[in-house]
Unconditional design. Structure first.
Lengths: 324, 326
């Protein structure tokens, strides 16, 4: 049974230009102990999905439909007080930029101890001890001294480790990591991804990893959900998606990546750019950029179709193979 | 041998930061430390390195947007650092820079026409009609219609804005483009469009590129040769294929191995470097990479390894290769 299930999640933002449909019906499951990649380009709705699960959406956003099932409960129906018992305790979030996500006015230790005070029964001395242990568990050097430093005294990689320690303070079952390495250098990124895999393995934490980087998905995740314009266009195991991508958007994304041996050749291009969410999209949102577009793509939204095993893709081409 | 289009010799840039209001103790930050390389006309040199390694400082020093504190830059035989200001302004027509974020490098108040026409107004004498024609041709060259003449930066997507920035940089028909992370702010599908465009423009115009990036996938795709920087120095330089097939410097090896590959089957064992790059204000003695290096030896801590040839036009600064002959 999945630890977290998102069903038909729809989110809309009120803007001066009109309603922007950020999510148009997202469905996925996070299996217990998995790292699930949520991947897509700017504006596809991956961060909004993460924030919807955490109930951390901005005030101008409304969830217009859908359910987020965690432990048999729809998180979207909980009161704010009930949600506080889950957020930071059972589901925690790691943000892209630790320099802005950590509070600059408090030491790392104080911020961790705040979480422990809210979400554990530990007494004060035990909280201090636990904070040191958490910092040690994420590989920060000299953790006993680290509890007393402020975020600005740490390097970017160390800040992200501190952020992860903070997310672990409530002993969560699920961590949602939103582009946790995008602000970091590649050698530091390798350290942080290694840490995430280690946490998944040693603490059996389930992770939703939000990223735009297909390389990170390939190396870190077990399953992947590809988003485009607020919808799931493809979902499957990482092995299946990379070996045999089914949706033209996923195929295009993979083909657009420069790879060893491609030097000087023309990279495959997806023409145009992602829709803004302001326009109403009849049919498939990818149709205007798709090289295989057919008449019905512009009229009917293709449903997620099983294309083999647990591999699903939302494209009329899959029906066409049998019906036309 | 013909003179390379661009040549840097022992280029150094030391910033002095005053640590107090009265400058009691000035701190020296060596952003560039003895950087030497050459780029032949029509060639692409990729410069790769992580934040703080000095790659953007290098770009600015080459164009004399910053005045290096030591060394020499020659562009087409001309000593760039000793030119008078007006001669330098004329020379800059031939060497242009494209920056990472077009939304901060393009003036938000100007429309596409003015953005592209501005260099022409500054350096050329032409009628309004001629200018319109020139701008339309430049826009067409970067794949934009003349409609974009009236659009302001905020009306553009990231890819479109970067195309405008490119058109602007091409307006004066330069020989050299310095591209400082030109695709890093773009999504993958748009990045591919811009990379294809850059390669096409290079072929059509015979341009020479210095391409700065932290993205190894992009750099191997576009570069003939690659220079790897670490803390203000070039630690390895070779043909693109050689860097990827046979990286010599332990830092280059770690950099390649840390880059996630979009191929789950690749399954290569990763080298995970400990720690982070040191600050250029307090570089470690000897080889600056030694605190993170798995192969560190005693003299790495004391002495910086001189660059040595380890293959055809492949040079590396590492004590491991001391006894090797090219």
């Amino acid at each position: 049974m999945p630890i977290l299930t998102v069903e038909n999640l729809q989110v809309q933002f009120t803007t001066p230009f009109g309603a922007v449909k950020a999510l148009r019906g997202i469905d996925f499951e996070l299996a217990r102990g998995d790292i699930l990649g949520l991947v897509g380009e700017t504006g596809c709705g991956k961060s909004v999905t993460g924030r919807s699960v955490m109930r951390l959406l901005d005030e101008n956003a409304q969830v217009t439909a859908g359910r987020v099932i965690f432990d048999d409960v729809d998180l979207l129906q909980l009161s704010e007080a009930e949600m506080r018992q889950i957020r930071g305790k059972r589901i925690a979030m790691v943000f892209q930029d630790p320099a802005t996500a950590l509070n600059p006015l408090f030491t790392i230790g104080q911020q961790i101890k705040d979480v422990l005070r809210a979400h554990s029964d530990l007494a004060k001395p035990a909280r201090q001890q636990q904070a040191v242990e958490l910092l040690a568990s994420v590989g920060l050097p000299e953790p006993a001294q680290m509890v007393d430093v402020y975020p600005h005294q740490l390097s970017g990689g160390q800040q992200q480790r501190a952020m992860i320690a903070l997310s672990l303070a409530g002993e969560p079952e699920v961590i949602i990591a939103d582009e946790p390495t995008t602000a970091l250098d590649v050698t530091i990124q390798a350290q942080i991804l290694d840490l995430l895999r280690q946490l998944q393995r040693d603490r059996a934490i389930s992770v939703i990893l939000i990223t735009h980087d297909l390389g990170i998905v390939a190396e870190t995740c077990q399953r992947v959900v590809v988003l485009y314009a607020g919808r799931v266009v493809e979902r499957a195991s990482v092995a299946a998606v990379f070996a045999d991508p089914q949706h033209p958007y996923t195929q295009g994304l993979l083909a657009a990546l420069p790879r060893p041996g491609s030097r000087g050749s023309d990279l495959k291009v997806i023409p145009g750019s992602v829709p803004s969410g302001l326009e109403s999209l009849a049919g498939c949102a990818f149709a205007p950029r798709c090289e295989f577009v057919m008449a019905r793509c512009r009229e009917h939204q293709p449903p997620l179709t099983i294309v083999g095993g647990e591999h699903q893709s939302a494209c009329h081409l899959h029906e066409g193979a049998f019906n036309d | 041998m013909t003179e390379p289009l661009l040549l840097a010799r022992d280029l150094s840039m030391t910033f002095t930061r005053r640590s107090s209001l009265f400058g009691a103790r000035a701190r020296k930050i060596r952003a560039l430390d003895g950087v030497s390389f050459e780029i032949a006309a029509g060639e692409t040199l990729g410069v790769v390195g992580e934040s703080g390694c000095g790659k953007s400082t290098l770009a600015r020093c080459l164009l004399r947007l910053l005045r290096p504190t030591g060394g020499c830059v020659r562009f087409d035989g001309v000593d760039v650092l000793s030119l008078a200001d007006d001669a330098m302004r004329r020379l800059r027509q031939r060497m242009q820079i494209v920056l990472q974020n077009p939304f901060s490098s393009l003036n938000p108040r100007l429309a596409g026409f003015d953005l592209v026409a501005e260099p022409l107004r500054t350096h050329r004498t032409m009628s309004r009609a001629q200018m319109r024609e020139a701008v339309a041709a430049l826009l067409a060259e970067v794949g934009l219609t003349s409609d974009f003449m009236s659009r302001h930066p905020h009306q553009l997507s990231g890819g479109q804005a970067q195309r405008i920035a490119l058109a602007r940089s091409l307006a004066l028909n330069p020989s050299l483009l310095i591209l400082d992370e030109p695709t890093s702010a773009l999504d993958v599908s748009v990045q591919a469009q811009i990379i294809n465009l850059l390669i096409r423009l290079q072929r059509q115009r015979g341009l020479t590129y210095l391409f700065i990036t932290h993205d190894l996938g992009v750099i191997q795709h576009i570069s003939d040769r690659i220079a790897v920087m670490y803390l203000g120095k070039i630690v390895e330089e070779a043909a693109s294929e050689a860097i990827f097939a046979d990286p010599k410097h332990p830092y280059t090896q770690a950099l390649l191995s840390s880059t996630p590959s979009p191929d789950p089957a690749s399954g290569s064992e990763r080298i995970i470097l400990p720690g982070a790059a040191p600050s250029a204000a307090t570089p470690p003695p000897g080889c600056a990479f030694h605190p993170r290096c798995a192969h560190v030896m005693d003299h790495c801590r004391a002495e910086y390894p001189a660059p040595r040839a380890v293959g055809e036009s492949h040079r590396v600064s590492c004590h491991l290769y001391e006894n090797e002959r090219a």
